[in-house]
Design a protein around this ligand. Sequence first.
Ligand SMILES: NC(=O)c1ccc[n+]([C@@H]2O[C@H](COP(=O)([O-])OP(=O)(O)OC[C@H]3O[C@@H](n4cnc5c(N)ncnc54)[C@H](OP(=O)(O)O)[C@@H]3O)[C@@H](O)[C@H]2O)c1
Length: 429
Amino acid sequence: MSTFNIAIAGLGTVGTGVIRLLQSNADFIIARTGRRIIVKAVSARDKKKKRDCDMTGCDWFDDPRQLAQLPGVDAVVELIGGAEGIAREVALSALKSGKNFVTANKALLAAHGAELARLAESTKIQLSFEASVAGGIPIIKGIREAMAANRINSVRGILNGTCNYILTRMQAGKLSFNDALQEAQRHGYAEADPAADIDGHDTARKVAILAALAFGAEPDFASVEVEGIRNIAPLDLHFADELQHRIKLLGVARLTEAGLEQYVGPCLVPQTSPLAGVDGALNAVQVKGDFSGDLFFEGQGAGAEPTASAVVADLIDLARGHFSPAFGIPAAQLKKLKAVKAGSGQMACWYMRLQVVDKPGVVADISAILRDEAISIESLLQHGRSQTESVPVVITTHAASAEVMRRAIGKMARLPTIIGQPCLLQIEN
Ligand SMILES: NC(=O)c1ccc[n+]([C@@H]2O[C@H](COP(=O)([O-])OP(=O)(O)OC[C@H]3O[C@@H](n4cnc5c(N)ncnc54)[C@H](OP(=O)(O)O)[C@@H]3O)[C@@H](O)[C@H]2O)c1
């Protein structure tokens, strides 16, 4: 039987998961490819570290860049992480040596995807990255292969399990942000340093990759507008519930006549939307094709097994001899789309929470600002009188542009009767 030989750089959560999967499901993989996938060589930092997988027969290399030089290796799998440094060097050395390159590294793809795709095509080999977005959900192949016949105008999703877990627990368990974050860390859903997740940058990288695939463009991570979930209060989740919505950290990419909008931010989604029901650490992606209609993908967005499933799916494609342009069209034809501010292509409805001094005339001042900006109110919620000196007021609006809403919120924040920074969230339909 012919073999498909691989070398793995990085033996952490995902790397060891890939080795376990290849061993555990070897028979299925042979049945589906007609070939045995063999791990010829591995590399990580610490050779002595005990690892949760059997590496008998694998050659060890301290320097992962050497893996690209090994004769007989058909693909190098990079599972180290990071946009620069060693991960990028492994990618460049593999692609320049004519080795297929498989990675789960969203940071690398978001920053250097176009360069790597061009390099892969110049040496007629494959760059594969199914595991880089939404873990076990086959969203890369879903867009690139299954939706290849469609014009796609928007992609949006819940792309960070840590944030979704925190928001779910703040809603369902009535926890504060900090308590929900600590619980996520105890369960292994959040890193010791959770900044990349909760400040939205992890989601932004995935948005840039999905936009590139959906719109045939170079990944443009730098122009993704990013807001995380640190400023969401339990109060917002409860008001959202009263308005029959849920708050989710969404990553959105939209192609409008004005250009490419990419943003990450907490948004209200109607409880009737499938996104509203995506709870805990799950991920989901919604893609609209002009012929397919709305498609909805949901599943585990991280973890050793789901991520290994996506990495090995890429390896199976290679073992079968299936090749696709990395971003769906030849790399030379990837466009540089004009980046435009979120909301410049279409109007949206909005949620505003203001902490106001509890005295007559305050709501009139707010209404005057909205009137001057031609923003029409859809609903206004205020419960009871304050035991202290201020109360929260929530206003939802009819459609207005992001620019107008930000200007109005800026004016409100300067009113002497408004305490602290108002919270402004888009309501996604
Ligand atoms: N974890 C997930 O659920 C998940 C999901 C989707 C995508 N990903 C992506 O998958 C990649 C790997 O993530 P992970 O969670 O498996 O990371 P991890 O557990 O931190 O493992 C990283 C591995 O890289 C090795 N490494 C670090 N620097 C190295 C160097 N200079 N030379 C050789 N090896 C080096 C480490 O070696 P030692 O073990 O010796 O320290 C470790 O084995 C990342 O790009 C991540 O974004 C992860």
